[in-house]
Design a protein around this ligand. Sequence first.
Ligand code: IPM
Ligand code: SF4
Length: 413
Amino acid sequence: MSTISEKIFSRASGTRAKANDFVIADVDYAMAHDGTSILAVRSFREMGTEKVWNPDRIVVPFDHLTPANTDTTAALQKDIREWLHAQGIKNFYDVGEGICHQLLPEKGFALPGKLIVGADSHSCTYGAFGAFGTGVGATDMAEIFSTGKLWFKVPESISITAEGKLGKHVYAKDLTLRIIGTLGVAGATYKAAEFYGSTIESLSVSGRMTLCNMAIEMGAKAGIVPPDKKTFDYLKGRTEETYEPVYADEDAHYAQEYHFAASELEPQVACPHNVDNVRGISELSPTKIDQAFIGTCTNGRLEDLEVAASILKGEKVAVRTLVIPASREVFLEAARKGVIETLLEAGATIGTPGCGPCLGGHMGVIAKDEVCISTANRNFKGRMGTGGFIYLASPATAAASAITGEITSPADI
Ligand SMILES: CC(C)[C@H](C(=O)O)[C@@H](O)C(=O)O
Ligand code: SF4
């Protein structure tokens, strides 16, 4: 009677792991990006270990501040490039390849049943493939670099079931925001959320990534969708590694069980400055925006850009509209399909694949009192610029709002 997490931790620790056990687990893949590798490598050096445990199991994408914004950033990135070379780490993705959480799936590292640990809080994204993906701090990452192991408290699990068909202008992001709005930012603290139901099954791999990506926004240690044919089809040709899909037992124990009716949902918006400050779009009073941002590890995939382009086709944006594909693969496919052309014609600006202004570092930071509608996962005070206001929504809602200059439902375009 085990949950998905208990099974993955049992395999990874060589014990019969139950919720609340403390285990030392073998990590299948470890990820650090340009931001956190700097700190992880510093700690690794301080630990005095000479060589990493296994260079083929470490993945390092540069995505947060790329291309480098200052000479200090450039120097830090140079040091990491040299360290990666010296350590023989070949799974390195430099400027323009894309966001870490997009690259790990694309490059075939996010596999069912695996334990994947990233030095980034949104590493829970890999749960979309039936992996246990979770984020840790940079010093914990240094320990993994050194030994390939880390201690964990096996999380209790909750089940979140969504049934029914999403409406025409309603997407995985809207469902995700509704779930977080209902459970709250601490509603799943240190729990693993397993997602079930006909709505989840009908979601594309991309939509499942949006859902699992934001599990951390309700405090979850992981968010997991049981792998199915869509998962296996996506992974075909991306890896040669064998993997074993893991499913929960019928009588697995869940600390809480939640149910959502998808067909009742309208587009959702998370209002400043908390991710659980979620309202149906019809409940919002008129809200002018200064910028629209479509991208990030939450909603910067091909499907997201296609939806935005379908709304922006033949229209002109009324505000600064930034579109940043989540990866080079996404960018290329969007270019081949004419999606990029449509977006450019509508007046959008296309940025280098990466995090862009999500974290407020560069490429679209907003001024005090400015308002940005964003497809990202966090709307914390000051995140995209001191004194700014961030509203989170789906790519469709962001695109519709870009046309009118105020927060607008895609149904109204
Ligand atoms: C910079 C990094 C540590 C951070 C995270 O862990 O999530 C960032 O990616 C974010 O989205 O806030
Ligand atoms: S896109 Fe945003 S949320 Fe995702 S990893 Fe980058 S900074 Fe973090």
